[in-house]
Write a protein that binds this ligand. Structure first.
Ligand code: PMV
Length: 316
């Protein structure tokens, strides 16, 4: 018996970083996925195969998940938690296949946590989306305790959502979203700590920026209801100014944003910044001009919004 689950990558359209401090954010799931397959074995171990390597842990030491390298920790945590409440398991093999680039702000780690929760638990009993989300946030917190939970939420439910209300946003206008990867890996934990320092040094300005972000998100909702793509783009660029101010941008990202300016309605970092990806709202007729505008070492692709979120099935 195989339990197969998949979950989508995500982008943050508005509100990254500020969301960690309680302001809302707007996120969307996109059409790149991670697929996790779990099967029972008789080996007395849990074996995890991913593109980062293979880890095999004996069932009796799963509870020491905190000692495992961070790349594998959430999966060992999840296995420990799920097996603990399902005695008599003799072994498991978990295989992770992903088309989501790692460490560049597209939610690879959250999508892995969501899909792994659904896949392993599917071997025992079907969980609700809410249960999958709760457990996957716990797993993600084993490597990033400050996580806002926004990424796992959109990977679970799919579509475009406002966080934390989890209200689905109907995007009636077609968003032509270009994602450009700086190819500089980032570390979300470090970027979040940097923003915490900014806040400590200037509580007043940080609080103003949180208020500005909250206001901006309210305006974005209205703009979307009015189908005003041009205004949506301007709001993205406005959000980028706030991200510049909290210092999660750098010369490479600024260079990419400025190169895309002439063909986009708005461009910003998506995710933690300090590397990773930028997103640009680009009109259809300008999509073909994008590769010529970016340095050759940057990768770009256009993203469609994924509406499905996490899905799972059992194969006998
Ligand atoms: O770059 P990512 O995918 O790790 O995005 C992190 C988003 C933050 O707002 C910076 C952190 C969070 O937990 O929301």
């Amino acid at each position: 018996m195989k339990s197969i689950a998949s979950a989508p990558a995500k982008i943050i359209l508005f509100g990254e970083h500020f969301v960690v401090h309680g302001t809302p954010a707007i996120l969307a799931a996109i059409d790149k996925r991670v697929t996790v397959t779990s099967t029972f074995t008789e080996n007395g171990t849990v074996k995890i195969n991913s593109e980062l390597g293979t880890l095999e842990v004996s069932i009796s030491s799963l509870y020491k998940y905190k000692e495992v390298e961070s790349e594998f920790r959430p999966f060992v945590y999840l296995t420990n938690k799920i097996i603990d409440s399902n005695q008599n398991v003799k072994g498991l093999e978990i295989t992770i296949n992903s088309d989501i680039p790692i460490g560049v702000g597209l939610g690879s780690s959250s999508a892995c946590c969501v899909a792994t929760t659904a896949s392993i638990s599917g071997l025992f009993k079907e969980l609700s989306s809410e249960e999958i989300l709760k457990m996957s946030i716990e797993a993600e917190k084993t490597i990033f305790p400050d996580s806002s939970g926004a990424d796992c939420t959109v990977c679970t439910y799919g579509g475009m959502i406002e966080y934390p209300s989890i209200e689905k946003i109907d995007n009636t206008f077609d968003l032509n979203l270009l994602i450009a990867n700086s190819m500089i890996p980032h570390n979300t934990k470090n970027s979040v700590e940097k923003v915490n320092k900014f806040k400590e040094n200037d509580e007043e300005r940080f609080s103003q920026l949180c208020d500005l972000e909250t206001k901006l998100i309210g305006e974005v909702i209205t703009v979307m209801k009015n189908n005003d793509t041009a205004a949506f783009g301007l709001k993205m660029s406005e959000n980028q100014k706030y991200l510049e101010e909290i210092q999660v941008s750098n010369d490479t990202l600024r260079g990419m944003i400025s190169s895309l300016k002439e063909i986009s309605l708005g461009t910003k970092i998506t995710g933690a910044g300090d590397g990773g990806c930028v997103i640009a709202l680009v009109k259809d007729e300008n999509m073909s001009k994008v590769p010529a505008l970016l340095p050759k070492d940057k990768k770009c692709f256009s993203a469609k919004i994924d509406t499905k979120g996490v899905v799972w099935k059992i194969e006998k």
